[in-house]
Ligand binder design. Structure first.
Ligand SMILES: [Cu+2]
Length: 373
């Protein structure tokens, strides 16, 4: 039930002091303070732009992932399976704690964005579970505005996380526990549903909610289901990545100035994602871009199969190299580079403007079964 959380429980997590400190820095400091600019200058050891891939279309300098407290490379695979226990009926229970925190993040070198976050990161934690698991999310609003968590999936009205039903908006310093069974299987998302909606989402309150199929429920495609089930032997042969396509309106003109895959502009161009050419690739792709009605994903030199919303075990589209997505659309991409020579292969938004403003990436194809992200 909706309740006031105690400051003591907050201090235990250490998040309250962090949030307060960050809030303080937002009030007292300017996002583009001289010291931050200076510290970035020190890191501009990159080659001149003309030596960079794609004709200098990139940023100069590096984002301080440590300061952000999250790294786009780790986000590719940091599935959060929650705190696991069993309910009396034998059902798996996965518990999470989500805290809404106002936090300034660096989205491109020297470009700071006053984000609203779940647990201090954008996107928020990647929930990964199996179809039929019970999901329990203890939500604490330590932010400065009313927020919710709205899950895409099947659940009761009470748990929908929208104003006007159930607990509605969770006010600052309030908490609520969302609980439901994870279904249907697929590649889903969650996001804040407070109004104005596009502002609350675009500020950073979103994340992935991946529900793996339960092989026992899909006898006709149980091998495929097992290949998607995290922890199964079949799943281990796959290289799986989460990519959330997002954008940032840095000057509040209702238009995005920075675009990215997993928040940091050009993160996977400056440091390509290494993949083993012998193992198939599966991408959980989600579009959370606000202000622009669509975003897209284009893979160079290859084609992929696509599973719309991830809710089927056979492809809904085969042999495509570009997929277009409206806001909140998502899907699973599967492809292999098995017959390719090692090398760098681009992937990016096929809206050229988005690519030039940050949503441009590379896979680095290597001969190495031990490759890790
Ligand atoms: Cu919100």
């Amino acid at each position: 039930m909706k309740s006031k959380f105690s400051r003591k429980s907050f201090l235990k997590t250490g998040l309250f002091s962090g949030a307060t400190a960050l809030l303080g820095s937002l009030i007292t400091g300017t996002p583009f303070s001289r010291s931050q600019q200076h510290s970035n200058d020190k890191k501009t050891a990159d080659p001149p732009n003309e030596k960079k891939p794609h004709g200098g279309m990139s940023t100069v300098g590096l984002v301080d992932h440590k300061r952000n407290g999250f790294n786009p490379h780790e986000m590719l695979t940091d599935w959060d399976t929650g705190e696991v226990s069993q309910l009396p009926n034998g059902q798996t229970l996965r518990e999470y704690e989500f805290v809404a925190i106002d936090k300034e993040i660096e989205i491109a070198p020297g470009v700071f964005f006053p984000a609203w976050t779940y647990n201090g990161r954008v996107p928020g934690p990647t929930i990964r579970c199996m179809e039929g698991d019970r999901i329990r999310i203890h939500f604490i609003n330590a932010g400065s505005h009313p927020h919710t968590i709205h899950f895409h999936g099947i659940h009761s009205a009470e748990m929908d996380g929208v104003p006007g039903t159930g607990p509605g908006m969770i006010e600052p310093a309030e908490s609520f526990t969302y609980e439901f069974d994870a279904k249907p299987f697929g590649c889903h998302l969650y996001h804040c549903h407070s109004s104005p909606l596009k502002r609350h989402i675009h500020k950073g309150l979103y994340g992935a909610f991946i529900v793996d199929p339960d092989p026992a429920r899909h006898a006709e495609h149980s091998d495929i289901a097992r290949s998607r089930l995290l922890g199964s032997e079949e799943n281990e042969s796959w290289q799986e990545f989460l990519i959330v396509m997002n954008g940032f309106d840095t000057n509040f003109d209702n238009d995005n100035e920075i675009y990215a895959a997993n928040t940091v502009a050009f993160a996977y161009q400056n440091e390509p994602i290494r993949i083993d050419r012998e193992r198939p690739v599966r991408i959980y792709l989600i579009n959370t871009t606000e202000f622009d009605p669509i975003n897209s994903f284009h893979l160079h030199a290859n084609f992929f199969d696509f599973y719309d919303h991830g809710t089927t075990l056979t492809p809904t589209r085969e042999m495509i190299d570009t997929v277009m997505m409206c806001q909140a659309q998502r899907g699973i991409l599967e492809f292999t580079f098995e017959d390719f020579e090692p090398g760098k292969f681009m992937f990016h938004a096929h809206q050229s403007e988005f690519a030039e403003l940050g949503w441009m990436s590379f896979f680095d194809l290597v001969n190495n079964r031990e490759v890790s992200v």
